[in-house]
Design a protein around this ligand. Structure first.
Ligand code: KG4
Ligand code: ZN
Length: 367
């Protein structure tokens, strides 16, 4: 383990945020965020009602250099002050992933400093540690537009996946339902606003994976049910939309809380000696007030404290990538310049091979 402070530039471009950040890791594990720049692409994708991979990749390239300059200026440091360059190298949209990874390779080659190829999911798993020290083990619920999974972070580098979506991510279910209802993009916040005035009891929703034990999720059935209900309505008015939005939101939030509750029970069996275990909730869907309140209730009842990283570190950002990079660097774990960009890269490869629950394509199980 390195016994001096390490300064790392991190880059992120695996979905629709371009991000660059500089962090410093001290030998006692303390973290200082020296710069944290994020640029979204919502206006590029809004006309299509979802992220268009090709447009995302080009937009990342357009802003990456400027963003790195902004991050360096914010930190008051130069490239030559960096001890290493970390980039998300998967999982994600492959064209986008390449933007950050290739840039970091160029910086590593140009400065002679190491490259660290970071798993984006490990970044999310470590993200609460940007704000405050958090002891291992803890339970993480990651709910974003690309991922819905429950992980036990046992120690640095040891993550055990206890549940994952069999089909769509929760954010995708919000986005696609909002698109069908013509609510705009990104759909999650629009659907939450619409749901405020709605009656969640008017339209019955199916219960995903009813009767099935375990901590896996499924949202495709809910999405289809919502579409069928909406299409069967004669010229839907604002009340119809509000009622349907409220029903879908409640069904998603209830399913997240029920699986998180099972995972908390499993966690307590596995780690009976953790006094007040933590449930960390990360990902864009964690911004949803009903999701948060049902998770709070479940955590309280199971004796967990819910830890919510500040929203800027819940959604995609480069500080978490720089942090994961710095942790690897401190352990002497660096990558060569032929590190590949990966569309799929499960954080828990053993579990993914045992139980390829997500359509295992040619490249292996999806993350
Ligand atoms: O973590 P994130 O910013 O990006 C990735 O997907 O990696 O998450 C974005 C997702 C989108 O699906 C968005 O609709 C959803 O989070 N989201 C919400 C809310 N805010 C963002 N879903 C429900 N309610 C919200 N308030
Ligand atoms: Zn993410």
């Amino acid at each position: 383990m390195q016994d001096r402070p390490l300064t790392v530039l991190g880059l992120e471009s695996s979905c629709d945020e371009t991000a660059a950040a500089v962090i410093r890791r001290y030998p006692d594990g303390r973290i200082e965020v020296l710069a944290d720049q994020v640029r979204g692409q919502a206006s590029h994708h809004a006309p299509y009602g979802g992220v268009v991979p090709e447009i995302a990749a080009r937009a990342h390239i357009d802003v990456m250099d400027d963003l790195i300059c902004d991050a360096l200026e914010e930190s008051g440091l130069a490239l030559s002050d960096m001890d290493g360059f970390a980039a998300t190298s998967g999982p994600g949209l492959i064209g986008g992933v390449m933007a950050a990874l290739m840039t970091a390779k160029g910086l590593a080659l140009g400065t002679g400093r190491p490259l660290i190829a970071v798993n984006h999911l490990e970044g999310h798993a470590l993200s609460p540690r940007l704000a405050e020290p958090l002891a291992f083990p803890y339970l993480l619920l990651l709910v974003s537009g690309g991922h819905t999974q429950l992980l036990i972070a046992e120690a640095f580098g040891r993550y055990h996946r206890v549940g994952s979506t069999l089909d769509d991510a929760a954010g995708e279910a919000f986005d696609k339902t909002a698109k069908v209802m013509g609510l705009g993009f990104p759909g999650g916040p629009a659907l939450e606003r619409m749901a405020q005035a709605g009656d969640p009891d008017r339209f019955p929703m199916p219960t995903p994976l009813k009767g099935r034990p375990g901590c896996d999720f499924s949202f495709a059935g809910l999405k289809t049910a919502a579409r069928q209900i909406f299409e069967a309505l004669d010229t839907p008015d604002e009340t119809d939309k509000a009622d349907l939005a409220a029903a879908v939101q409640r069904a998603i939030a209830t399913s997240l809380a029920s699986r998180a509750r099972r995972a908390m029970v499993m966690f307590k069996d596995r780690y009976p000696d953790t006094p007040t275990p933590s449930l960390v909730v990360a990902g864009g869907v964690a911004a949803n007030a009903l999701v948060r309140s049902l998770l709070d209730e479940a955590a309280r009842e199971e004796g967990f404290q819910r830890v919510a990283p500040p929203m800027k570190w819940c959604t995609d950002n480069a500080a978490m990538i720089a942090l994961a990079g710095a942790e690897h660097l401190a352990r002497g774990e660096t990558d060569t310049l032929d590190a590949p960009a990966r569309a799929r890269w499960p954080l828990d490869p053993e579990r993914a091979l045992d139980a390829p629950i997500l359509g295992s394509g040619r490249k292996g199980p999806k993350a």
